[in-house]
Ligand binder design. Structure first.
Ligand SMILES: Nc1nc2c(ncn2[C@@H]2O[C@H](COP(=O)(O)OP(=O)(O)OP(=O)(O)O)[C@@H](O)[C@H]2O)c(=O)[nH]1
Ligand SMILES: [Mg+2]
Length: 365
């Protein structure tokens, strides 16, 4: 699996519309205003033209893209962390995700009631940030209570953990995200099992209407300024339009996008931003049986990349035979020519994987 994203935001900002646009899952829009307690969960394939190209030339029986998981939960309201609304019980579902996708309403529509009456992305972000921080604060407080006693006995590990908890607590007390804590690199793993929401990387989605793609759109620009200040990516998506598009047959989508002046689908924008945010990259394997894309973190070395495919490949790693997709295309999509031109490389254990590597792992177990 590539990575998983948990969608958060105020009620009726278009989270489920966007979820549907991204996943074509057809979930009930507005369903969470009732008492429903299950999150919407869907996997989507990450589109990759290189994969189809390699699969076609290799006459692969199977083409397997890498996937992305989306989890859509009920809207959070002010006081959610104290049990207000139904949103809080859903937070558990986003504790396990890799990244938080924060959907913010940037569209005007008097038929859709806003939680705080007016459309104001910056205020809305503050509300959600505070609720996430308060939810984390109660998690941290509970753990702190338990660690305090042990730390008083002089237990070194407990003292270190207590120090980390207190640094994080000081921020959360002020409504700041835990990720801003100045902890030693070795201390972060001590907190990992808490699954703090405000440690997760965040990506903003400005849910805009048809006018929202104009660069100077006031609501979307306000959100982008906030995201930039936080160093977080922000993408604009027309939730309603794209949800309609996702329901169309594949063949009709290009024309639909043209009518609305959309250059890139919301899913594609989000994938790019998400890969950047989480520092991910893709490598490929190609053959008659299967051509497949794999997601890894940038900086991963060859044996660990092999381990993504199977633990035996990592354990028994001998070497990696590899060429880049671009060199393959430049060599007329012919492996023989790739070799002739000297682009077919044999790499060892220290090789750092590159985007678009087409790989054949040699191993022995
Ligand atoms: N005009 C307009 N309406 C939208 C847009 N996106 C969503 N809506 C409408 O807003 C309402 C709420 O949309 P949902 O997608 O259910 O919102 P949500 O954030 O999932 O809401 P909760 O699950 O209740 O928190 C629906 O009536 C949508 O049709 C948009 O981009 N423009
Ligand atoms: Mg919803």
């Amino acid at each position: 699996m590539g990575f998983s994203c948990g969608i958060v935001g105020l009620p009726r900002v278009g989270k489920t519309s966007i979820f549907n646009a991204l996943t074509a899952a057809g979930a009930q829009v507005g369903a969470f205003t009732g008492a429903s307690s299950d999150p919407n969960i869907a996997m989507v394939n990450v589109p990759d033209p290189r994969l189809d190209d390699l699969g076609r030339v290799n006459k692969s029986r199977k083409i397997t893209p890498t996937t992305l998981q989306f989890v859509d939960v009920a809207g959070l309201v002010r006081g959610s962390s104290k049990g207000g609304g139904t949103g809080n019980q859903f937070l558990a579902h986003i504790r396990e995700v890799d990244a938080v996708v924060h959907v913010v309403r940037c569209f005007e529509d008097e038929n859709v009631v806003h939680e705080d009456v007016t459309v104001n992305p910056v205020r809305d972000c503050e509300t959600i940030h505070l609720e996430l921080a308060l939810a984390d604060l109660s998690t941290v407080d509970r753990r702190r209570e338990r660690v305090l006693k042990l730390a008083r006995t002089g237990d070194a590990q407990a003292k270190r953990l207590l120090g980390a908890l207190e640094a994080v607590k000081a921020l959360l007390d002020e409504g700041r995200p835990a990720r801003e804590a100045q902890l030693h690199k070795e201390d972060w793993p001590l907190l990992s099992d808490l699954n703090l929401l405000t440690v997760k990387p965040i990506l903003y989605v400005a849910n805009v209407d048809e006018t929202g793609l104009a660069p100077d759109h006031p609501h979307a620009s306000a959100l982008e300024a906030l995201a930039t200040a936080e160093g977080a990516p922000c993408v604009r998506i027309c939730g309603k339009i794209e949800a309609e598009m996702a329901a169309l047959p594949e063949a009709d989508r290009a024309e639909f996008m043209e009518v609305y002046g959309l250059q890139e689908s919301g899913l594609s924008k989000l994938i790019h931003a998400g890969f950047g945010l989480l520092d991910l990259m893709t490598f490929l394997t190609a053959g008659e049986d299967e051509t497949r894309a794999w997601t890894i973190t940038r900086g991963t070395k060859a044996p660990q990349a092999a381990g993504k495919i199977h633990s035996d490949l990592e354990r028994g790693f001998i070497r990696l035979e590899v060429y880049s997709y671009d060199d393959w295309v430049a060599s007329g999509r012919d492996e023989k020519k790739v070799k002739e031109k000297g682009h077919w490389r044999s790499e060892g254990k220290e090789y750092v994987m590159r985007e678009g590597d087409v790989c054949l792992f040699r191993f022995n177990v």
